[in-house]
Each structure stands twice: as structure tokens, then as C-alpha cells.
Design a protein around this ligand. Structure first.
Ligand code: AMP
Length: 382
């Protein structure tokens, strides 16, 4: 199957070829023609499935078919609601990457909380596509900086995460501001009761697309684990990074304190590392992420909150310095590797206290992970 059969215009096909998107992913095969036909979609798919391009491409095409792409000032046509700032920026970038191939000007901006509202207000001129976190969007609506009455397409991306983060009320307030007749596209990694509720309220006769859960993707990832006492985790981490000469590693910790501590110790031992977590400013997070993405930072140490926002095409290594609480989070963490059909490696440092929990994770995942006893390694001096 090639992109040419999906009804996309020549300029998009050219942009896809330039991005080395040779074949549509399954979600794109199904979603693109349906969205072009203005159908509603319920997409059960996670990050890594190619869901972003599956809605960005047809939305851009539909927009370009309008006589005027941006409508009345401060009236946006497409609204994408996302749970986090990181996802907002990522989605905006995909829109911008592909909209540059159109002769029509299709302006996309991202708005989110945690940063000053004024530049966002100023930037909301002649915007066609607005990517927003719910809270900040409502603030902007209340200040009359943006109007939602001309919305033609609403996208809810990572709807389950948005609901888990407690955005339900904000989302309902936003829905009430939208015109009745519109296209609705809902993407979610899981179909929880809350997602089901929203789906029943807003989607009209949707095309349901279900992409196999990440467990399949897990087969792409080489997983291993080390049994190690808590006090030896630091030296073992450095041993792994140095002896395997790892160049780009994402390390997960279970708390902000631990993230800071691990990054600190790595730096003291001559390994370039930065931590990102909820206590860091948005600016610091963005800088760290872009350094890491461009290959100018060897180790990024992150807490779970950050794990969904990190989209790097061929991230080769993920190390769990501490295990996450839920097996689902384990899958999300290691899902950062082995994406886009490139094999990745996920290594977990498991303390004796965590061993039982690790067994549960393996059982839920349906895969056994080989465990190495770190006592067999010579990690002195690391
Ligand atoms: P997403 O699930 O939207 O986060 O996309 C996952 C990753 O796959 C992103 O890095 C995309 O750039 C990439 N991607 C999406 N669709 C394709 C495709 N058809 N061919 C190659 N890469 C793709």
C-alpha cells in the first residue's frame, strides 16, 4: 500500500517522500480517506502508531480546499486538544512541517499553561489550527483572544490522558462553546469508561479504528534487567552507559528527587546528563528535550509524567533506574524505544525489593525478561 491511493494531493505526497514516509501506517490507511470525507473517527491507538500524521495530513488538505484558509480574525477552524505542553509542541510541529508544502498559508500555533499568556494572545491572529491544553484554551477564550464558534474539526488527542489528568470539566466547557455541526476526531490509547462517555457525547457515527496495543510493539524491543541493591544502582548505571558506550539514553526514575540525584551523579562522573520533571520550568524542559533530540545531550533523566511527550524516532536505549508503579507505565516507558520498526533496548535496574513487582509487570506484559545478577559484574570504580 502506498500513500498515493489515499486521496492526498501531490504537494503532500512530495512532502511525505521528503520526510521518508514511504508507506502509510495502518492507522493512516484507514483514517486519512475517512477524515478527507469529513467522517468522525474513534482511533484507539498509542503514540508510535503514526496517529498524528493520520489526522494532520487530511485536515491540512481539507483546510486548503477552503477559499479562505483562515476565517474571521481570532476564529480558528481546527482545534486540537492535548493533555500536555510537550504533546502540544509536537503536534504543532507536525502541522507546520506539512503545511509548508501548501501555497495557501495555514498558520498553526500551540498554546499551553505554565508560560506567559500575552505572547500567545498576540500570536492568535489569522490562526487556522490551534493546538491547546484545555485550561489555557479557556483562559484565552475568556480574554476574547480566540473564538471557537467557527470550529470545523475538533481533535482530542490522548483523550484518556486528558481525562486522567482531570481535564474533564474543562473539556465539557470547551465542547459547549463549539458549533453543533463539526467533525470530531478522538484518539486515545485506551477505551476507558470516561473516554467511552465522551465518545458517545461527541462522536456521530464514527469510523472506529483499533490499532493493536503496544504489546505487539514490545516484540521489537530487547529487554533485559539487572538485579542490584539500591546503593549500587548509581555505579551500575554508569557502568552500563560507559561500558556499552551509549550515546543517547533516556533514564527513568520514580520521583523528582531521584531524577535530580541521578542526573547530578552522572555529571559528577563525567557523563553529560540533565533531568526533566514537573518542578522544572517549561523553558528548561524544552531546552533539555531539544538538546537530547538533536543528539547534543547524552543522558536525559525523566519522571513518568514526561514519558509520553518524548517522541524521538530512533531512541536506542531506555533505562529504568527505578520501576514505575504500574505495568502500563512500564510499557509506555520502554515504548520510547523500538519505534518506527527500529529495534531498541530497554534495561531495568531491579532492587531486591522491586523483584516481586517486576514479576507482576512481566506477567501483565506476557513476556519474560532475562535478569542478570549485578554481583557477577565488576562495577568498582564507576
Ligand atoms: P505518532 O504515533 O504520531 O507519535 O508517530 C510516531 C512516529 O512515527 C513519529 O516520529 C512520526 O514521524 C513517524 N511516522 C509516522 N508515520 C510514518 C510513516 N508513514 N512512515 C514513517 N514514519 C512515520
Amino acid at each position: 500500500m502506498s500513500f498515493t491511493t489515499l486521496g492526498l494531493s501531490p504537494n503532500i505526497l512530495k512532502a511525505l517522500a521528503e520526510q521518508n514516509y514511504t508507506q502509510p501506517y495502518p492507522i493512516q490507511q484507514e483514517a486519512i480517506p475517512a477524515i478527507l470525507n469529513r467522517k468522525d473517527i474513534l482511533g484507539i491507538a498509542q503514540t508510535g502508531s503514526g496517529k498524528t500524521a493520520s489526522y494532520v495530513l487530511p485536515i491540512l488538505m481539507n483546510l486548503s480546499l477552503h477559499a479562505t484558509v483562515s476565517s474571521k480574525n481570532r476564529h480558528v477552524k481546527v482545534l486540537v486538544l492535548v493533555p500536555t505542553r510537550e504533546l502540544a509542541v509536537q503536534v504543532k510541529e507536525v502541522f507546520q512541517k506539512f503545511s509548508s508544502s501548501f501555497t495557501e498559508r495555514i498558520k498553526t500555533i500551540a498554546v499551553f499553561g505554565g508560560v506567559s499568556i500575552n505572547p500567545q494572545m498576540l500570536d492568535l491572529q489569522n490562526v487556522s489550527v490551534l493546538v491547546a491544553t484545555p485550561g489555557r484554551l479557556l483562559e484565552l477564550v475568556e480574554s476574547n483572544a480566540v473564538h471557537l464558534s467557527d470550529i470545523e474539526t475538533l481533535v482530542l488527542d490522548e483523550a484518556d490522558k486528558m481525562l486522567n489528568l482531570g481535564f474533564k470539566e474543562e473539556m465539557n466547557r470547551i465542547f459547549a462553546l463549539l458549533p453543533k455541526k463539526r467533525q470530531n476526531l478522538l484518539f486515545s490509547a485506551t477505551l476507558s469508561d470516561d473516554v467511552n462517555n465522551i465518545h458517545q457525547i461527541i462522536l456521530e457515527n464514527p469510523l472506529v479504528i483499533k490499532i493493536e496495543p503496544e504489546v505487539d510493539q514490545i516484540d521489537l524491543i530487547n529487554q533485559s534487567a539487572y538485579l542490584v541493591s539500591d546503593e549500587k544502582k548509581g555505579p551500575l548505571l554508569r557502568y552500563i552507559i560507559k561500558s556499552k558506550d551509549l550515546k543517547q539514553v533516556l533514564v527513568f526514575t520514580s520521583s523528582v528527587y531521584s531524577a535530580e540525584n541521578v542526573a547530578d551523579k552522572l555529571r559528577k562522573n563525567g557523563i553529560d546528563a540533565i533531568s526533566i520533571h514537573s518542578k522544572k520550568s517549561q523553558e528548561a524542559r524544552t531546552i533539555a528535550l531539544s538538546k537530547f533530540k538533536s543528539g547534543n545531550l547524552r543522558v536525559l533523566v525523566a519522571t513518568d509524567l514526561m514519558s509520553r511527550g518524548i517522541d524521538i524516532k530512533f531512541l536506542p536505549y531506555v533505562i529504568n533506574y527505578e520501576l514505575p508503579r504500574s505495568p502500563k507505565d512500564y510499557v509506555h516507558r520502554i515504548g520510547r524505544t523500538g519505534r518506527a520498526e527500529s529495534p531498541g533496548e530497554a534495561i531495568s535496574l531491579v532492587s531486591p525489593d522491586e523483584q516481586h513487582h517486576f514479576k507482576i509487570i512481566q506477567k501483565k506484559m506476557g513476556k519474560l525478561v532475562p535478569m542478570i545478577d549485578s554481583n557477577e559484574l565488576d562495577i568498582k570504580g564507576y
